[in-house]
Design a protein around this ligand. Structure first.
Ligand SMILES: Cc1cc2nc3c(=O)[nH]c(=O)nc-3n(C[C@H](O)[C@H](O)[C@H](O)COP(=O)(O)OP(=O)(O)OC[C@H]3O[C@@H](n4cnc5c(N)ncnc54)[C@H](O)[C@@H]3O)c2cc1C
Length: 250
């Protein structure tokens, strides 16, 4: 924490699967890298007596897939298994995934749909931020310069779903959606804005889900992979699929 706050140009290094690539492309050139890989305090997965999972920021996707504790919320391992390839899954961390907030990443919408809490350590101690308030913009989160995400708390629940349309198998998502129907229906749609879009339809029925997506009046980006109209269309499709998977687990 001392090293990170000593220099505004210092950056934390987690799995390096985003940061090292953007450095290679000369899009980022931090003054200093503070390697978090030796910090065991950031690595555990704990299952509390009430079913809440506390996942350290430096837990890798492979750790989550292999963890008996993480199976308390099965969607976590299922979604981590869909990220890229085995090398990325062995190095990439849950903390790095959400802190980079690449809008095409899998975990930002998942954390929002599950109602996770992000714990941030700063100069004034630690604070908890609800996932829907954590993502502020492309590559921008509530963990500011000199701060560290230490862990993520995920409340108990099993009725969750995730759906995406990606560029090829295990490829980057064109649109994705995560859903949770443990009590109220929560859907978070990714890749359609700088931050995941949280939708809370009055019911989990397909018509209500599609109406909630339409009412959000999404203005997704257009690129070589999909027009804005196609992404708007996919947002309805993947939201409905994610909710349908979640309802099947009630
Ligand atoms: C070929 C390839 C394909 C990929 N495909 C996908 C995909 O389909 N879906 C997907 O979700 N991801 C994908 N990724 C990205 C991958 O998941 C990265 O692992 C992830 O985005 C960043 O995690 P990391 O641990 O590697 O973080 P790093 O690259 O080390 O760090 C990323 C950013 O987060 C900051 N940071 C990291 N940890 C913390 C912390 N604890 N507190 C504060 N700031 C922190 C760093 O300073 C940096 O700015 C892909 C990557 C590659 C190389």
């Amino acid at each position: 924490m001392r090293l990170l706050s000593a220099d505004e140009g210092a950056r934390a290094l987690a799995g390096g699967q985003t940061l090292v690539n953007v450095m290679k492309a000369r899009v980022a050139s931090p003054d200093a890298l503070v390697d978090l890989n030796g910090l065991d305090e950031l690595k555990g997965i704990d299952l509390g007596a009430d079913g809440t999972l506390a996942i350290g920021a430096m837990v890798t996707y492979s750790d989550i897939i292999a963890s008996a504790e993480a199976r308390a919320r099965p969607i976590l391992g299922e979604v981590c298994a869909q990220i890229a390839d085995v090398q990325v899954r062995n190095r990439g961390t849950i903390g790095g995934n959400v802190c980079s907030n690449d809008p095409t990443n899998h975990l930002p919408p998942l954390m929002v749909a599950l109602g996770a809490t992000m714990h941030i350590l700063g100069s004034n101690g630690e604070r908890g931020v609800p996932a829907e308030e954590f993502f502020l913009g492309v590559y921008m989160t509530a963990a500011g310069p000199g701060e560290l995400l230490t862990r993520i708390s995920v409340p108990p629940g099993k009725s969750d779903g995730f759906a995406s349309v990606a560029i090829g198998k295990d490829g980057t998502c064109i649109v994705n959606a995560a859903a949770s129907v443990n009590g109220a229906t929560r859907i978070a749609v990714g890749c359609v804005d700088a931050v995941p879009i949280l939708l809370q339809p009055s019911s989990a029925e397909p018509d209500a889900v599609r109406e909630a997506v339409r009412s959000a009046k999404l203005e997704p980006p257009a690129d070589v992979h999909a027009s804005a109209d196609y992404r708007r269309h996919l947002a309805e499709v993947v939201a409905e699929r994610a909710v349908s998977q979640a309802r099947g687990r009630r």
